[in-house]
Design a protein around this ligand. Sequence first.
Ligand SMILES: [Cu+2]
Length: 148
Amino acid sequence: MSHFSLGILAITGTLVASLPTAYADDLKVESAWARASAGRNGAAFVTVFNGGNAPDRLVGVASPVAPDVMVHRSFEEGGTMKMEHIAATPIDAGQRIEMKPGGLHIMLVNLKQSLKKGDQFPLSLTFERGGTKETTVTVYGPGAMEPK
Ligand SMILES: [Cu+2]
């Protein structure tokens, strides 16, 4: 019942804006890291946990380190790795989404400066229901497969 009524609320922006702030706290960004950049573009990875009882969607990403920031998904097709832009990433209630190399990632396009190991930079994630979350990304080595 509660899931049903929340679904209706999501349809109209004014009602979403009046939802209690508790919803925003249900979303946790548990890890945010990036690879040191080799060229003009970089990749960052976050783990997001939806601890609430309603689904949400990641609909925007932004960072001062690059003018164009977007969610991408890597996939293999005909033996080549390709990437596609994902406009909205659904996160079910209770679901944890872990971005990682070879899968979902945040593409930092046309970096203003290269990302070096040990650097940190801000990243904001905007969720349809939960609003905008700010996090700090830590840069690891250029071939890092996980945050270390
Ligand atoms: Cu990409």
